[in-house]
Design a protein around this ligand. Structure first.
Ligand SMILES: Nc1ncnc2c1ncn2[C@@H]1O[C@H](COP(=O)(O)OP(=O)(O)OP(=O)(O)O)[C@@H](O)[C@H]1O
Ligand SMILES: [Mg+2]
Length: 386
């Protein structure tokens, strides 16, 4: 490095680190991603270091190289985050990361902040599970408290007979990552708030995002979420703000919400940039990635206003053929450069338009060429009604 650029350190070297680096670059900020695994897709666009989470020598060198440290995934050991925070600014603060790493402490915090959640119970044994099923009722979902992502580490119980299978599948993890039983919520819709808080306490939200999941994995997002009244919007953003202030949060985070009978329930919080905020790259004045970089490095935040209407498709397992899709106006292709593997997020595409009706037409066209009509259908009809 010839001149003294600002350098952002990222723990984890996957697609989120990659998109953070892509947003940092035009600001004159370099990115170094540290990951215990080799070959993360951030390596195409950022400097990378391969080191274990407890390789203190490598972490010391990393800390000396960067101006601030952030995360591309939330399961970095809290001890690593705390150790680094003694040497260099770490945002979000390790204490906030720790709360969000554990579904039990996260939901407990939601309730303490006045955000209702689905009924839940901590599960330490099979007897706990039986008692919790009796207390909460069925259907319910047994989840690992820690380390779950993309619907992994979850078992859905429909009837009492499923109890054995649920315990066989996850019981062994009761003593390691912990378990939680949650009531299954027959929600009308899923929304997320993508929000950012800076080092001075300045707070901004992007417009709400409507999300559709398939097998527990995000499939499609639509933003700004159509048909959300201003009261619900203000309530959702108010909850995000309360949480951010309680955690003295710095950076971008996502608050995932269910809407049932018009009421908001807190599902979980992701202490990082989030898949349901990828549309902000082309669909908002400032993307979640750029504002996260700005917040973490103490720079002023950019506007979070939407430019129009946006829809984002996730590509799971393998990238579809981009050929025809690129002909759709205002479609933006993101190939993370990962090898194909079942269930893996390998890329996404965002389609933008000034008007909902125009986006509906573009989305339908893209979905047809990409053979994703079924997934696009609910978003297309919502856009047509808007
Ligand atoms: N209690 C619930 N009731 C109804 N649906 C649920 C419940 N919990 C999870 N789901 C469904 O499964 C999806 C994934 O669950 P959750 O957000 O808990 O898992 P995750 O593995 O952390 O996912 P991700 O990393 O994609 O956010 C939710 O977005 C929702 O669609
Ligand atoms: Mg989730």
């Amino acid at each position: 490095m010839s001149r003294r650029d600002l350098v952002l350190g990222v723990l984890g070297g996957g697609q989120l680190a990659r998109m953070l680096a892509q947003a940092a670059s035009p600001l004159g900020i370099r990115t170094v991603a540290l990951d215990p695994a080799e070959g993360g897709c951030a390596a195409d666009v950022a400097m990378t270091r391969q080191a274990a989470w407890d390789d203190w020598e490598a972490l010391q060198a990393f800390a000396e190289q960067v101006d601030a440290v952030t995360f591309d995934f939330e399961n970095v050991p809290a001890a690593t985050a705390r150790w680094l925070a003694e040497r260099v600014p770490v945002y979000p603060p390790p204490a906030a990361l720790e709360v969000a790493q554990d579904r039990l402490s996260e939901k407990t915090l939601f309730r303490a902040c006045g955000l209702p959640t689905p009924e839940f119970r901590a599960i330490g044994s099979k007897d706990d599970l039986i008692a919790a099923v009796n207390g909460i009722g069925l259907p319910a979902i047994l989840k690992t408290r820690r380390l779950g992502y993309d619907g992994k580490g979850q078992f859905r119980l429909r009837e009492t007979a499923d109890l054995e299978a649920a315990w066989d599948a996850l019981g062994a993890q009761a003593d390691t990552v912990g378990l939680i039983l949650e009531a299954f919520v027959p929600f009308e819709r899923e929304l997320s708030v993508i929000a950012v808080r800076d080092r001075q306490g300045g707070f901004r939200c992007w417009p709400l995002t409507r999300n559709w999941h398939v097998d527990g994995v995000l499939s499609l997002s639509l933003a700004p979420a159509p048909q959300v009244d201003t009261a619900l919007m203000a309530e959702a953003m108010g909850h995000a703000r309360t949480l951010a202030e309680r955690l003295q949060y710095v950076g971008v985070f996502a608050l995932e919400l269910f809407v049932r009978d018009g009421q908001l329930l807190g599902n979980e919080m992701a202490p990082r940039v989030h898949n349901s905020g990828h549309w902000t790259i082309e669909g908002a004045v400032t993307s979640q990635f750029e504002n996260h970089v700005r917040a973490v490095l103490g720079l002023p935040l950019g506007l979070t206003t939407a430019r129009g209407q946006a829809a984002m498709f996730n590509w799971i397992g393998e990238m579809p053929d981009r050929g025809a899709a690129l002909a759709v106006p205002d479609l933006h292709w993101h190939d993370y450069g990962k090898s194909a593997r079942a269930g893996r997020k390998v890329g996404h595409a965002t389609i933008c338009a000034a008007e909902p009706a125009v986006l509906a037409a573009r989305l339908e066209q893209a979905a047809q060429w990409l053979q994703r009509e079924a997934q696009a259908e609910p978003a297309v009809s919502l856009l047509r009604e808007a």
